[in-house]
Design a protein around this ligand. Structure first.
Ligand code: THU
Length: 141
């Protein structure tokens, strides 16, 4: 594993500790590396009004963009049930809304690291996760 990939997964793991997930009990952490060489992290933040919650990926992406970053070069995602006694979850995968948000600020070749923990992860591209992107091009046509 590349050292910087491991570091990004570790950052996502750390971010997961702040997850606010009292309703789903599914704690998620994300870390994005930007073209400016900065790392931004995020966790999921749930709400008693369920749709008002936000996924970890969007928390991280919005933090990056709101700090002036416009290009995401790598994303690491870590998720696990809050209760450690539960069986370990499948590899996490970004939801459709997060993939759409990500596609605005990342190339199709973006590597996405889907980690159960820092030693157990899958690596895929944004293109694989979201083969058909809705882009600004569609609006211009
Ligand atoms: N969640 C994320 O944070 N990222 C994803 O890509 C999938 C889902 C969160 C949203 C909600 O707080 C919990 O996981 C269960 O859906």
């Amino acid at each position: 594993m590349r050292m910087d990939d491991r570091m990004l997964i570790e950052q996502a793991e750390k971010a997961r500790e702040a997850a606010y997930a009292p309703y789903s009990q599914y704690a998620v952490g994300a870390a994005v590396l930007t073209s400016g060489g900065k790392i931004f992290t995020g966790c999921n933040i749930e709400n008693a009004s369920y749709p008002a919650g936000c996924c970890a990926e969007r928390t991280a992406i919005f933090k990056a963009v709101s700090e002036g970053e416009r290009k995401i070069c790598r994303l690491a995602l870590v998720a696990a049930p809050v209760q450690e006694a539960l069986p370990s979850a499948a590899y996490p995968v970004p939801c459709g809304i997060c993939l759409q948000v990500l596609s605005e600020f990342a190339a199709p070749e973006l590597r996405v690291l889907l980690a159960r923990d820092r030693d157990d992860y899958r690596d895929c591209s944004l293109q694989e996760l979201l083969p058909c992107r809705f882009t600004a091009q569609h609006l211009a046509d």
